[in-house]
Write a protein that binds this ligand. Sequence first.
Ligand code: ADP
Ligand code: MG
Length: 512
Amino acid sequence: MTATTPPSAVTEPDGNALPEAAIALTETSAPAPEPTAPTHTQASQTVSDNVHNQRWQSYLKDCKELIHLVEPLEVAGRIVKVTGLVMVATGIKMPIGGACFIPMQDGGRVEAEVVGFDGEHLLLMPQTAVDGVVPGAKVFSMEVTETLPKPQFGRPPRRRAQDRARHFPVGDGLLGRVVDAAGNPLDNLGPILTDDTAPLNGRVINPLMRAPIEDTMDVGVRAINAMLTVGRGQRLGLFAGSGVGKSVLLGMMARYTTADVIVVGLIGERGREVQEFIEQILGPEGLARSVVVAAPADVSALMRLQGANYATAIAERFRQQGKNVLLIMDSLTRYAMAQREIALAIGEPPATKGYPPSVFAKLPALVERTGNGARGEGSITAFYTVLTEGDDQQDPIADSARAILDGHIVLNRSLAESGHYPAIDIEQSISRAMHNITSKEHQQAARLLKQLYSRYLRNQDLIAVGAYQPGSDPMLDIAINKRDQINAFLQQDIDECAYMQDSLQQLANTIA
Ligand SMILES: Nc1ncnc2c1ncn2[C@@H]1O[C@H](COP(=O)(O)OP(=O)(O)O)[C@@H](O)[C@H]1O
Ligand SMILES: [Mg+2]
């Protein structure tokens, strides 16, 4: 046996396997070790061999300790250009979606996300205002890098680029709280107490593993429970112009729903509306089982996008815990507009109505994350508001949303103007899951009420001028008779709650 033969196995005296780095070290600092098991069995093994082994072991132990002392090299890039919303950095390699920060001279920092690249240049979208960034400012990556190859049991491996990006607080510690798009409290109630964190972009659920929509979700609003029954795990759009009662309707659902947890994403709305929604519409009892993520209109486009993704990530974690979540996103249109702002700033050509193609890819990516989880998990029933400017249902975002959602509830301005609240247009609205989750009698009753309602509307003008002769259309006669009852059934006060059972009972009474 020669003096250079390394020890038979790279184990410490206490039997722990050495980290891979240390094994690699032995291979480079000593001649390549051949499988040496036979040397131990050789009779020529002597005391000097053991000393040799011990030396090797103490050498490797030293190496191991040295590795612990190594400070990871900090790679920094430099800002070479800032135009409008976009910053250009060079000298650093980061993946799309990666997070980085630029330390400022006053001790603060600007956080940014990689949204594209051009040759060696990274295109960064800042989260906050960029005042104070100087030419050549340093850029540091915020990617989570594991410094040591430690085995980490019970923690999912961070293999995806998204998982190595920043993590944000999720879980029960957020209940009753109002946070911004980065998980910082906005409600002056102290720090968020939760150990649980998640990346912004959750894992996509295999569509074949998703539980189907089978149960109904009670939203506490009569017209929806009875006429547009929502399934647990269904995703609906709430289509309306501004001031028609979207926020009030969403707030009613948040307060009266039977869901376990409510996650509210207020994206791109006016700051005043955020406060109004929380204090007046949601109220303390609604807030207690809710999490509100607010990214109002005055925060950067990136934060508005992030707010929507963060609210979804929070809902996803509750779903993993087996809870039935109601996710309310106000509004999907503002989310699309934030993406348009970013895409145009980094040079993507506009297509439909100024929206670049990436917007229409982002919408389904966001919406597909909600819905039912895998079997055994909970569900996310989601409501997305869609602004239809000038009550134009042909807006490209409205069109795209209608295609990716499992139903739409249209609010009608003329109903709102006549004081009919919630101003749900039951003729134009549809819940695509209703057919599968409701009884035959329920469906028939709902259809009959809709027919009576439509019949009256069609002939409203004739009736008003007295041109209609009672008796010539029996169906219309019933419609005229039931007119007030139907309207009373469809209307609901802000502080009135109508559970599913009562809604169905009242539907039956109305058409009886
Ligand atoms: N169910 C309701 N009962 C009475 N008034 C309502 C109801 N829903 C909405 N409103 C009225 O409509 C106004 C605008 O509603 P809001 O939800 O803020 O509109 P949007 O969010 O669509 O801009 C409210 O301030 C309120 O006066
Ligand atoms: Mg509103």
